[in-house]
Design a protein around this ligand. Structure first.
Ligand SMILES: [Zn+2]
Length: 341
């Protein structure tokens, strides 16, 4: 008896089951060509009202304490065109959550889907599982950006004297870093890292940028140095040189205000304010490498208005053309690989 038809049926059957399974898995898929017009309309509407539209490339939220209607109303009021809002995995919850997709479904013109935030507890307690799950879902759902992965993060100001679960130290050039950089290298999908600015951490970063020249890396908080004694190399000149040597590196503008002090060191959070002219010169010379960001999070949603004002102060200090690029054009380009008028 010729068994081949049965074998063929078996293979087709398996393929059909596989297709059905992957359809069920990928219940949501981001489609840029469908979302694009909505994004552009919002950008145009905000422009017409005389306000510079902003794409916030880096913020996060806690889905258990979040009012989406209130958030989008605030976006309207403050001229935030789109938000890349990554979800902070809830304590005791699953490694990956699709909750962020609901925002993009409910308010498609407001949100650019972003992977889950690589923070405590999901990332720090089972980092490989978190990375694998992120990669699987990012691919299946065609999500254009991966949220902030904390590699080196000091305790947050709100944790001083209390919890230390934001004190994260994962080698950037270890297996997890290689997994993340290699994924971005292969797919072109950008990812954000939180990586404190320290002399000893610059070498591994440069090594990874060289080894993965097509990985798109957004190094968050470009002027945030919390201990000057640990950072003697980083300066506008150094960053300019680094950006020239590594075309795959981007930075974002989320950092503390001029009066913000990091309580553990007693030093200013951000070095931008003390040397604004030099930093602005750097931004003007390489505007597409600087991305506007607010760094909102579940524990600081109340800062939305104040931090937007601070970001606008930075943008207002730049020439109009540069400000437009940093505010939304650079984000558009890195996320969607196209220029926006
Ligand atoms: Zn961060």
């Amino acid at each position: 008896m010729d068994r081949r038809p049965f074998i063929k049926l078996g293979i087709f059957g398996l393929l059909a089951i596989k297709a059905k399974l992957s359809l069920a898995d990928a219940w949501y898929q981001f489609n840029f060509s469908q979302s694009k017009q909505g994004y552009l309309n919002r950008i145009q509407t905000i422009k017409k009202s005389g306000i510079l539209p902003i794409i916030d490339v880096e913020s996060s939220y806690n889905p258990t304490h979040f009012d989406p209607e209130d958030f989008v109303r605030t976006m309207d009021r403050l001229g935030i065109a789109q938000s890349c809002l990554s979800l902070d995995s809830p304590r005791g919850g699953p490694t990956w959550s699709d909750a962020g997709n609901q925002l993009a479904i409910q308010f498609p013109a407001y949100f650019i889907p972003t992977g889950n935030g690589g923070i405590y507890p999901a990332w720090t307690s089972s980092p490989q599982k978190f990375l694998d799950e992120n990669i699987r879902n990012i691919v299946q759902q065609k999500i254009p950006l991966m949220g902030e992965f904390e590699f080196r993060h000091y305790p947050s100001p709100r944790q001083v004297g209390g919890n230390t679960n934001r004190d994260v130290d994962i080698p950037l050039d270890g297996p997890l870093g290689h997994g993340l950089f290699a994924f971005s290298e292969k797919t072109g999908i950008p990812f954000q890292i939180h990586y404190e600015i320290e002399d000893g951490l610059l070498g591994p970063l440069e090594k990874m940028l060289s080894q993965y020249p097509n990985a798109k890396v957004i190094w968050c908080h470009f002027a945030q140095i919390r201990y000057s004694s640990r950072s003697s190399i980083y300066s506008p000149e150094y960053l300019g040189d680094l950006l020239d040597r590594h075309k795959n590196l981007y930075v974002d503008t989320a950092f503390g205000g001029p009066k913000s002090i990091y309580p553990l060191s007693g030093e200013p959070h951000a070095r931008y304010w003390a040397n604004q002219n030099a930093w602005n010169k750097l931004i003007i010379s390489r505007p597409y490498r600087f991305l506007a960001a607010l760094d909102l999070a579940g524990d600081r949603m109340g800062m939305f208005e104040g931090w937007t004002q601070r970001l606008r102060e930075i943008l207002n200090g730049l020439p109009e053309k540069t400000a437009e690029i940093v505010a939304y054009k650079a984000a558009w380009k890195i996320l969607f690989n196209e220029d926006i008028a």
